[in-house]
Design a protein around this ligand. Sequence first.
Ligand SMILES: Cc1cc2nc3c(=O)[nH]c(=O)nc-3n(C[C@H](O)[C@H](O)[C@H](O)COP(=O)(O)OP(=O)(O)OC[C@H]3O[C@@H](n4cnc5c(N)ncnc54)[C@H](O)[C@@H]3O)c2cc1C
Length: 463
Amino acid sequence: METARHDLVILGGGPGGYVAAIRATQLGMNVACIEQESALGGTCLRVGCIPSKALLESSERYEQAREELATHGVGVGEVSLDLATMMKRKDKLVTILSKGVEGLLKKNKITRHVGHGRLLAPGRIEVTRGDQRIELEAAHVLLATGSKSAGLPGIEPDGDRIGTSTEALSYSEVPEHLIVIGAGAIGLELGSVWRRLGAKVTVLEYLDRILLGMDAELAGEALKVFKRQGMQFLLGCRVTSARVEGEQCVVESAGNEPRRGDRVLVAVGRAPNTDDLGLEAAGVRTDRKGFVSVDEHFATSAAGVYAIGDVIGGAMLAHKAEEEGVACVEQLATGYGHVNYDAIPNVVYTEPEIASVGKTEAELQEAGVEYRKGAFPFVANGRARALGNTTGQVKMLADAATDRILGVHILGPRAGDLIAEAAVAIELGASSEDLARSSHAHPTLAEALKEAALAVDGRALHV
Ligand SMILES: Cc1cc2nc3c(=O)[nH]c(=O)nc-3n(C[C@H](O)[C@H](O)[C@H](O)COP(=O)(O)OP(=O)(O)OC[C@H]3O[C@@H](n4cnc5c(N)ncnc54)[C@H](O)[C@@H]3O)c2cc1C
């Protein structure tokens, strides 16, 4: 049997794993990357970020063509939906980007193995594919095996009518009534897609708010907007079971009448992907929820074994996994590696988008930090008016004593792109005064950030 030796073997070819592989080769390591799926890119590229953004874009255009273009004086006649073409465009995008990752691994001379990786001991990994088996040896092993959809007791997904985000990215027809369980980013994004395409959408959420973790005020505003758009919500709703009855699904929740729909999307969170990974054989410890436990340098309890990305928990975001991958291998190669979690943005790609970086007001209040707040509404921003999209606001939180920016929260058009400026400001330790004194092109949505920064000091100019 073949045994190859590497400086670093990475399990998982998602954003965490493949980015860590590239960075490690840049630093001179001999790297192998094991991915059990034939396509590289992980959850994010295959069944996550990319396909969901493709459908969000297409469905938004469909809705705009039906409802908005006329207000611009653009007549398009009768608007029709060709769902098969929409899905093909999404699939093509995924294939192209996945091939792109494959090209990057080749260019960087990273050895790629298609197969399931398992730890035999620290530094020893076996890769199996069908009845083929090889063994690898490595000074360092990096676990980047990601996550899978979390289940809910009482619900048995049948992979068709009752399914996860993966199925909801590929329905072959628009559901009549889609019941979404869970009002997090995934539930709201995919709920938005199918609502725009004509489905009735009902979101059932256990908590009494949506988007836990996002600024409560903006999440409340977003809820109102989603309701205006026609999405229905039942908050404080504990779902107890969901089953298929013929062509219908029946969802039961405590204290409510059963709800019937033709599709159910279970979007109650993500669980670590550690199936058959050999954690015990290698002495890798996990926490109560099954996430791999790591120290500040991503080292697990087993010598030479590290873990990053969704499999270690925290914010389950592609760019968080990437940052951790880079920091982990830089630490290995140079002795320095660090992730600033306060500067990692979080975006929900609904319309309007919701984006946030740094601390929320609730977090600052809980920590007893004195802060000043500046807010600026998009209704007072000329570019937002020209776009015909004036919902929402920018909210900036700065330390009361030092003026250092501690958190920025945006609900509004292109919030996901606008938040980059705030993330850089936090990363560079900027004050609200720094941002307020920086020139912002006119007319742009980004001017709302400058105005929110001015508002921290009570001197916004356009309200
Ligand atoms: C519907 C949806 C939408 C999302 N949208 C966004 C978004 O817009 N922005 C964002 O930042 N994040 C988004 N996410 C989250 C994002 O996908 C994850 O945070 C990200 O993929 C985590 O990267 P990772 O490298 O840790 O793991 P993953 O991307 O999950 O990759 C892990 C890889 O490891 C492989 N693997 C697992 N076990 C083994 C093994 N034993 N051997 C070999 N290979 C193995 C898996 O097949 C997988 O390809 C979304 C997720 C979903 C589900």
